[in-house]
Design a protein around this ligand. Structure first.
Ligand code: NDP
Length: 449
């Protein structure tokens, strides 16, 4: 074991030396590689083939200038990126993020995570991520369109349905995907529907993609609870967020007979002792684009609390963080455990800090890690690619049925590898190991490339 621990240390040092200014990337590499030591021990061929050294080096990184003109006629210059991390299993796949905080370290971190998340889905997709430091907030539709067209004018030569298939992420929703797709189609003079996912249903987007991440989270959590003989019916659930993931997580939790008592936005949270009325939330967030505090106007028995952190002090059986990264820190984890939480399922990306996860695990709380539990979104994007390839559109029920099967499979394979290599309930290690072995074996089969 010491030998392989040392090998992992050496690779982590190599990453630090090569990318000293990329803390986010270093952290995620550390998180994944330290959990796969037992696999390396049983498979020395990975070390001989320098699989880890290859995995931490992106296959290709493109950075480019994105010039555009704002509504005042002023020229603006942003920086565009695409990190093509690993294509062992399929075309690079991962979202585009438009946000001022975007830099290479963050995109490499997200691309690295994406490789393993995508491998878990069992579908033919490699991993990538891209974006720009452009901030769509406060920009007119015309400015967003001009930016997207300029961005795609460079990106189009590096992507394609069999090469690299971007999707949305923070700051990139249906509007942006539409503009990006329109420009790609114009430049290629070809209707390659499968070049982007998250498209509108009228131009070959997939039904159930909108619901997929939230529904998928609940399918995963239900598998985890069923395995322990715990019935979700009648359980009290705390959800954070009121965006895409949170909304459909609440919807499916309610379908399963649970009582969801909270939701939140970046200003505060609402507590509804009678159970969240999702129609009211949808009306506020999807129709009026309002603030969650307006909820109490329609539901007089509900309470609104300023600040988001308090949501984790609400007593519950199941906690589903669906808002943003690092929203559950050690203090919040302690509050949840003290209040008797039985299970935590991560809908957002990396919503629990490493200290919080360790605390949940020490206290034997069932823990569904994001990489596995929120993979339903990207899995359904891969189903969108499949529909585009056959030039057909499946029904909602067909997509949802496949999603249920995929989430069950992800749970079972993570559980099996947790039992084989780690603590039987350690789904963090189980998911990392499942994905790592899959990618590593295919890389071995492809030779030194
Ligand atoms: P949305 O933008 O639709 O919703 C995000 C929600 O989180 C909003 O309610 C937002 O409130 C709230 N929020 C944002 N920042 C904070 C904060 N600092 N504290 C508390 N709440 C906050 O995003 P999604 O629902 O799509 O994504 C949520 C998370 O899930 C992200 O981590 C994303 O990367 C991840 N994810 C999403 C997938 C998808 O398919 N959509 C797939 C896999 C992962 P406000 O309205 O005030 O901004």
């Amino acid at each position: 074991m010491a030998d392989m621990k040392q090998y992992v240390e050496d690779v982590l040092n190599l990453v630090k030396q090569r990318d000293p200014d990329q803390p986010e990337f270093q952290n995620t590499v550390k998180e994944v590689l330290t959990t796969v030591v037992p696999v390396l021990e049983k498979n020395p061929q990975y070390k001989e083939a320098k699989i880890l050294e290859r995995m931490v080096e992106a296959e290709r990184i493109i950075t480019f200038r994105v010039p555009w003109q704002d509504d005042k006629g002023e020229v603006q210059i942003n920086r565009g990126y695409r990190v093509q991390m690993n294509s062992a299993i399929g075309p690079y796949k991962g979202g585009l993020r438009f946000h001022p905080s975007v830099n290479l370290s963050i995109l490499k971190f997200l691309a690295f995570e994406q490789v393993y998340k995508n491998a878990l889905t069992g579908l033919p997709i490699g991993g990538g991520k891209g974006g720009s430091d452009f901030d769509p907030k406060g920009k007119s539709d015309n400015e967003v369109m001009k930016f997207c067209q300029s961005f795609m004018t460079e990106l189009y030569r590096h992507i394609g349905p069999n090469v690299d298939v971007p999707a949305g992420d923070i700051g990139v929703g249906g509007r942006e995907i539409g503009y990006l797709f329109g420009q790609y189609k114009r430049l290629r003079d070809s209707y390659d529907a499968g070049v982007l996912t998250g498209k509108g249903v009228d131009y070959w987007g997939s039904l159930a993609r909108t619901e997929a991440t939230g529904y998928g989270l609940l399918y995963f959590v239900k598998n985890m609870l069923d395995d322990k003989g715990i019935d979700m019916k009648g359980k009290t659930v705390v959800v954070s967020g009121s965006g895409n993931v949170a909304t459909y997580a609440i919807e499916k939790a309610q379908t399963f007979g649970a009582k969801v008592v909270t939701c939140s936005d970046s200003n505060g949270y609402v507590y509804d002792p009678e159970g969240i009325d999702l129609d009211v939330v949808k009306e506020i967030k999807q129709v009026r684009r309002g603030r969650i505090k307006e909820y109490v106007e329609k539901r007089p028995n509900a309470e609104y609390h300023e600040g988001c952190k308090g949501v984790w002090t609400v007593k519950c059986d199941i906690a589903l963080p669906c808002a943003t990264q690092s929203e559950i820190d050690l203090e919040s984890a302690k509050a949840l455990v003290a209040n008797g939480v039985q299970a935590v399922g991560e809908g957002a990306n990396m919503p629990s800090t490493l200290e919080a996860i360790a605390y949940f695990q020490e206290n034997k709380i069932l823990f569904a890690p994001a990489k596995a539990a929120n993979a339903g979104g990207v899995a359904t994007s891969a189903l969108e690619m499949a529909q585009n390839s056959e030039r057909l559109q499946w029904t909602f029920e067909e997509v949802d049925g496949r999603l249920q099967g995929i989430m069950k499979n992800i749970y079972q394979s993570a559980k099996k590898n947790a039992e084989k290599y780690a603590d039987p309930d350690d789904l963090v290690a189980g998911a990392n190991i499942t994905a790592f072995v899959k990618v590593a074996d295919v890389m071995m089969a492809h030779g030194i490339v």
